[in-house]
Structures are given as C-alpha cells and as structure tokens.
Design a protein around this ligand. Structure first.
Ligand code: HEM
Length: 120
C-alpha cells in the first residue's frame, strides 16, 4: 500500500510538472478532457490511500504532529499549484507559483520520509 502511495505521489507531481510545461509551451493541451480529469483521479487515490494507511496505523494528526504538518503542507501545495496553473496572471507569477508549489511538495516528501516536523 505504501509503495502504491509513493508511486502515485511521484506520478502526481510529475503530471503537475508536465501540465505546467504545457501551460508555458502548448496551453491547448490543458483543455483536453483527459488532462483535466486524470489529476483528480490520481490525487483522489493518492490522498485516499494516505488516509487508509493513517487509519490502519492508528495515526492521529493531533498526536503525530508530523502528520498534521504534512497535511498542512499538502493543502499549501494544492493551493499554490492551482494558483500556478489557473490564477497567476503572467509568466513571472506562474513560475513563482510553480516554484512555490514544488517547495511545499518537497516539504511533504521530507516529512513523509523522516516523520519529523519542520515548523512545529
Ligand atoms: C501530496 C500528497 C502526498 C504525498 C506527496 C505523500 C508522500 C508520501 C511518501 C513519499 C511516503 C513514503 C515515505 C517513506 O517511507 O519514505 C508516504 C507515506 C505515508 N503517507 Fe503520504 N503523501 C501524501 C498524502 C498523504 C495523506 C493525505 C495521508 C494521510 C492523511 C498520508 C499518509 C501517509 C502515511 C500514513 C504514510 C506511511 C508512513 C509509514 O511509513 O508508516 N499521505 N507519503
């Protein structure tokens, strides 16, 4: 289950990077139905398997602070990612958004791996 979760995490981040590349180079790709739908499918499984694992391992974010911080970093990653792909108004802001999203997701990977908090 953990390996599936990790594989989906890598696919999700790689596909986000590909969509960002398309945004800059061939934005018409982002209008394709499969490009719009697949991130939702991948991310639903990624997050869903994460929740199932947390429940199975009896991990509680109010006790395991690393999990609470990981969830917050995931929320920040999702919002900066949406900003980069949808709301950023020019190329510079799109790049800032993308770099910001990658910073957050790197924190997610670091916390997932070390199970140690970074900010808390
Ligand atoms: C963007 C979303 C996510 C990413 C990129 C991500 C990434 C990862 C990675 C890379 C690992 C393996 C760490 C290692 O052993 O080296 C992992 C493990 C895990 N993740 Fe996630 N994860 C995400 C979402 C979630 C969510 C939403 C939850 C739960 C609510 C969750 C719960 C867990 C748990 C319980 C483990 C196993 C911890 C253990 O080794 O016992 N993850 N995650």
């Amino acid at each position: 289950m953990k390996h599936l979760h990790m594989t989906l995490a890598i696919i999700s981040v790689s596909f986000f990077t590909l969509r960002f590349f398309w945004l800059l180079k061939s934005p018409q790709m982002l209008d394709k139905k499969w490009v719009k739908i697949s991130p939702h499918v991948i991310d639903t499984f990624l997050l869903g398997i994460g929740v199932v694992m947390a429940v199975k391992l009896a991990l509680n974010p109010t006790e395991q602070l690393w999990l609470a911080e990981k969830l917050m970093a995931i929320v920040a990653y999702i919002f900066t990612g949406i900003y980069a792909l949808k709301f950023a108004r020019n190329r510079t802001m799109q790049i800032f958004g993308y770099v910001g999203a990658m910073g957050w997701v790197m924190l997610v990977f670091k916390i997932a791996h070390t199970k140690e908090t970074f900010f808390f």
